[in-house]
Design a protein around this ligand. Structure first.
Ligand code: URQ
Ligand code: ZN
Ligand code: ZN
Length: 496
């Protein structure tokens, strides 16, 4: 059993209100929120004077120890979740990504075998659908009904590896609708990417700049628009992962204004840096920023995406944390298409949002909580178990020091990777104490995590936040045939 903990003197900040209050934690849950709470015998007391008490961060998009492009991501479920705690994140939603032809259930069991013994915080899994068959359809149903999976990701890129075509996407969307699951999409036109990669090679462009040049914004925006059309015509809600560009964000906004049910997820990378790095003279620096879709060379993109979070056009911040050391990236030293795709973010996500959002005057502390925790909890059917400081919610909390600052560096971060895309940036806001499942896992800045402490969190389907409007519409907007008399005029013979 976790010990009692009292957090004293802080300002509790939820996505919809704030209050000066103490918090009593017992048995892994929030027991009481109120003034001058008595301290149970033997309880740990954490001072939160002049600090915020916020729900633990939820990172909606990670790939710990992902086998990809011939390498394995260097941050695993231990180092990755330990670093998450250091940055104030107390839950990750990672991805099971079966190879084409690999059973989804077997892949799920494999990933659980990797994660369960190592995680320092609670976690859950999205499952990628990288091929299509009746078996895949059956496995999706089993995953929803028996493994607590309520979200499935489609890749529209990585041709020949993970990519699905439109007809297969429609099958996945229809199945998600039947199961009450949320469809997620990596939105890039993979066929155009393949074409442009060849073009770059023909031009002799083999460096990391070729990665950016072969995946222009329009290749992302077209796929976003197509995915929204296909999913919503299938009466299926859509979640666009790693929104990296203005035009992709605009496509989501435009479709939402037309009533489509679509959510958008920018990531720490697209909020905290940009694609000018691909043109850096140092190969390792440029390659260290390679992920897909790429960061955009337009340096106003990060602020634009933050503004879309501020006004509600985008929803929650993930990281797509999928880290490869420089030596691993160097597999592509002579050919950018071989550089393993992925960057860091899980440790710095919340400080980046605080700095680029709150310090920049674009969002307030409540919106900060919304985009780093509670909106994700609502979309993935975890709220208010997660994403709220309230009686009965899980005791996943952060005492957040708004006056603290730090310089981000690979030399001081807790991640296993030897590169940091935010290197040298001074960021504001950081956790002083972190509680995960009622256990103090960071105290006065000191990590106290334990390997395997976290639990797998199943998520039920038919999330009301996602499905209510779609189900209501199906009742009110069902098309019906026109009743008319038979046609009795002449009918032409078939052509010879
Ligand atoms: O595409 C993804 O989300 C995975 C394979 C991570 N890598 C990346 O470049 N985004
Ligand atoms: Zn992706
Ligand atoms: Zn990803």
């Amino acid at each position: 059993m976790s010990p009692s903990v009292v957090i004293r003197g802080g300002k509790v900040v939820n996505h919809d209100f704030t209050e000066k209050a103490d918090v009593l934690i017992e048995g892994g849950k929030i027991k009481e929120v109120g003034h001058d709470l008595p301290v149970p015998k033997g309880a740990t007391v954490l001072d939160a004077t002049h600090k915020l008490v916020i729900p633990g961060g939820i990172d909606t998009h990670t790939h710990m120890q992902l086998p990809f492009m011939g390498q394995v991501a260097i941050d695993d479920f231990y180092s990755g979740t330990r670093a998450a705690v250091a940055g104030g994140t107390t839950m990750i939603i990672d991805f099971v990504i079966p190879q084409k032809g690999e059973g989804l259930l077997g892949a799920y069991d494999k990933w659980r075998g990797w994660a369960d013994p190592k995680v320092c915080v609670d976690f859950s899994f999205h499952v990628a659908v990288t091929w299509w068959s009746d078996e895949v359809k059956r496995d999706m149903e089993t995953l929803v009904k028996e493994r607590g999976v309520n979200s499935f990701k489609i890749f529209m890129a990585y041709k020949g590896v993970f990519q699905l075509d439109d007809s297969q996407m429609i099958e996945v969307f229809k199945t998600c609708r039947e199961l009450g699951a949320l469809a997620m999409v990596h939105a890039e036109n993979g066929d155009m990417v393949a074409e442009l990669q060849q073009k770059m090679k023909t031009l002799g462009i083999m460096g990391p700049e070729g990665h950016a040049l072969s995946r222009p914004e329009i290749v992302e925006a077209e796929a976003v628009n197509r995915a929204i059309m296909l999913s919503n015509q299938s009466h299926c809600p859509l979640y666009v992962v790693h929104v990296m560009s203005k035009s992709a964000a605009d496509s989501i906004t435009l479709n939402r204004q037309k009533g489509q049910v679509v959510f958008g997820e920018p990531i720490a990378a697209s909020l905290g840096t940009d694609g000018t790095n691909y043109f850096h003279k140092c190969w390792a620096h440029a390659a260290g920023h390679v992920l897909s879709p790429p960061l955009r060379p337009d340096p106003t993109t990060p602020m634009y995406l933050m503004q879309q979070l501020a006004n509600g056009n985008l929803d929650c911040v993930g990281t797509d944390n999928c880290t490869f050391n420089t030596a691993q990236k160097a597999v592509g030293k002579d050919d950018f298409t071989k550089i393993p795709n992925g960057v860091n973010g899980v440790e710095d996500r919340m400080s980046i949002v605080w700095t680029k959002g709150v310090c920049a005057g674009l969002i307030d502390e409540c919106k900060f909580v919304e985009v780093t925790s509670s909106k994700a909890a609502k979309i993935f059917n975890l709220y208010p178990k997660k994403g709220r400081v309230a009686v009965g919610s899980d005791a996943d909390l952060v005492v957040w020091d708004t006056s603290a600052s730090r310089m981000i560096s690979k030399d001081t971060h807790h991640q296993a990777v030897n590169f940091n895309i935010f290197e040298g940036q001074t960021v504001f806001g950081k956790p002083v104490h972190v509680i995960s499942g009622g256990h103090v896992v960071l105290q006065d800045g000191e990590l106290k995590v334990s390997r395997g402490h976290g639990n797998y969190i199943p998520r039920q389907a038919h999330c009301s936040h996602v499905y209510n409007i779609l189900r209501h519409r199906e009742k009110t907007e069902q098309p019906v045939p026109v009743t008319r008399g038979p046609y009795t005029g002449p009918v032409a013979e078939p052509a010879k």
